[in-house]
Design a binder for this molecule. Structure first.
Ligand code: SME
Length: 165
């Protein structure tokens, strides 16, 4: 199986390149959303330092519902527009939050979380699939390199759902 030990990398760009390569291999040939989401969350959680939660919320047509994740049990349902996840879904923009306590309406699932990044996920027609949410107990854990890296990883996840094997 996959070795999800922290990757040796000179910088974040290199780190995410290595992680993307691993992710491509991990998802290759499988299109099941739950299976790929579960392995995606596990690989990220065990490859990056300073995380306490990462996982998916999928849009059920009304609200966001928690999907495969790593970390402590989480809030099950998040309304569109609520919290960091609901804000990412509605604005259609990745949210990088340096201090979750300063984010109006932040939903504290794990009290340890101090910073967070949420990437919204869309299908080829622009329909909302859900969001990818990563939390850290460290303040300002995520920067522009993390945004680019997480968005690249999410593109691999989205591609895996529809690729011809
Ligand atoms: N903090 C998120 C809720 C989800 S948990 O962090 C797992 C938010 O404000 O949307």
């Amino acid at each position: 199986m996959f070795d999800a030990a922290p990757l040796a990398a000179a910088n974040k760009t290199e780190l995410y390149q290595g992680l993307s390569e691993q992710m491509r291999g991990l998802l290759q040939g499988e299109h099941d959303r739950t299976a790929n989401a579960a392995n995606f969350a596990s690989l990220v959680f065990h490859s990056l330092d300073g995380l306490n939660w990462c996982g998916f919320y999928f849009f059920d047509g009304t609200e966001l519902v928690v999907g495969p994740f790593q970390g402590k049990p989480a809030c099950v349902r998040i309304a569109l527009g609520k919290g960091v996840c609901g804000t990412a879904a509605v604005t259609r923009q990745t949210q990088v939050v340096a201090d979750v306590h300063a984010f109006p309406g932040h939903i504290a699932c794990d009290a340890a979380s101090r910073s967070e990044i949420v990437v919204p996920l869309f299908d080829a027609s622009g329909g909302l699939i859900g969001v990818w949410d990563v939390d850290s107990p460290l303040p300002a854990r995520f920067d522009e390199d993390d945004r680019l890296g997480m968005e690249q990883l999410c593109r691999l996840f989205l591609a895996s759902l529809s690729e011809i094997a």
